[in-house]
Design a protein around this ligand. Structure first.
Ligand SMILES: Nc1ncnc2c1ncn2[C@@H]1O[C@H](COP(=O)(O)OP(=O)(O)O)[C@@H](O)[C@H]1O
Ligand SMILES: [Mg+2]
Length: 184
């Protein structure tokens, strides 16, 4: 997805680094086991190392592959920074920050309800509804929908977040995920 206000270019992108510099959201998709998560982790690492700003890699796959690829013990629905020590141990000095998150389908649905319910009573009634619980926890399509919703929400909140250090380039709201959802 090109940055807001910039039109998508018909020109082919020459290198991966140029692609990363030109886009706010990059999605890796394809069949299971082809390397989507690994590639997303590597691309996010490359962006954090060379381009600076704040880079977020989001996996919608419930497996811990992303956490393992980045050497993270804890990963969840809320974004967490990859600790600077992890880079230092690998002898790397990133220009920016790398953050990671793993989609939690149920938690993301509940957050969506909390954000949009018109009042507390309605919110609690929906959250306690057994049909809502079953649909959000078990329907495959509910996972696909909320994955896109979460990506959009993260992209929006990261776009409006101020950079942690003014010396880095502008906030770099790169949402990434590593599974084939929607029109991928
Ligand atoms: N470029 C690569 N060369 C060799 N093995 C790879 C490569 N990329 C990923 N793998 C391995 O393939 C397996 C599946 O990778 P993964 O990123 O989890 O795929 P996906 O997210 O598409 O399901 C993992 O064991 C991973 O280590
Ligand atoms: Mg995967």
């Amino acid at each position: 997805m090109p940055p807001r206000g910039r039109r998508a270019s018909a020109e082919p992108t020459a290198t991966l680094e140029q692609l990363l510099a030109a886009k706010e959201v990059v999605v890796t998709c394809g069949s299971g086991g082809v390397g989507k998560t690994t590639t997303a982790a590597a691309l996010a690492m490359m962006a954090a190392l060379h381009l600076g700003g704040r880079v977020l890699v989001l996996t919608v796959d419930p497996a811990r592959r992303l956490a393992d690829a980045l050497g993270l013990e804890r990963i969840g629905n809320t974004e967490r920074p990859v600790p600077p020590e992890a880079f230092a141990e690998a002898g790397l000095k990133p220009r920016g920050e790398l953050w990671a998150a793993m989609l939690d389908t149920k938690a993301s649905w509940d957050d969506l309800i909390r954000r949009h319910a018109p009042d507390v009573r309605t919110r609690d009634a929906i959250l306690a509804n057994p049909l809502y619980g079953n649909i959000t926890a078990q329907f495959v399509q509910s996972h696909d929908y909320i994955a896109i919703e979460r990506l959009q929400e993260l992209h929006s909140s990261w776009t409006h977040r101020r950079p942690a250090t003014p010396s880095t380039c502008s906030t770099r709201p790169a949402g990434w995920r590593s599974s084939s959802v929607g029109g991928c």
